[in-house]
Design a protein. Sequence first.
Length: 198
Amino acid sequence: MTAEIDAPAWIEAGLKELASNGVGGVRVEVLAQRLGVTKGGFYRRFKDRRALLNAILDEWSRGRISAIHRVREQSEGQAPRERLRSVARHYTERLSVHGMAIELAIRQWARSDSAAATACASVDEARLKVAGQLYRDLGFSPAESRERAILFYSFLFGQGLLFVEHGPRKFASITDAGTGLLMGLPSENRRQKGTRGR
């Protein structure tokens, strides 16, 4: 008798396959083989492959949104500048190769699938909302906070993709330098300083 595999195990197997081979690799027969069971058990848990793919997207987006809220909560009580640095360090010091592979695969998938695009948009919005609030706490206007949050977000994830050859020390140095630049004076303060200098 084949052991029953619950839905979370199928989803986890799907995420692993997604990271390795993209959404095209997430096939029922492949996952069944990975789990050492027959395909029949899959259909007792999911209506079809699309139902599994939707469950994978839901699991990923809920996990990423929960993670950014945990990071925000952990930095409460710190000064705004230090809170922003804490968020930056969290995403660079705890960089997961597996997690980044899943994220890249889902973003590639989102180019041709509306459900994946919606999941990416919800994760992006949650991350940008947290970063934007930190910039507002630093004195930036809502519009400039949004712009800085997008730059901050792009910097953190771009660094994780581009500088994989750097060791932890160099990585931390780049993170601190980049975060410092992205915490420069709000544009209104820069204009005032420029006026006083004339």
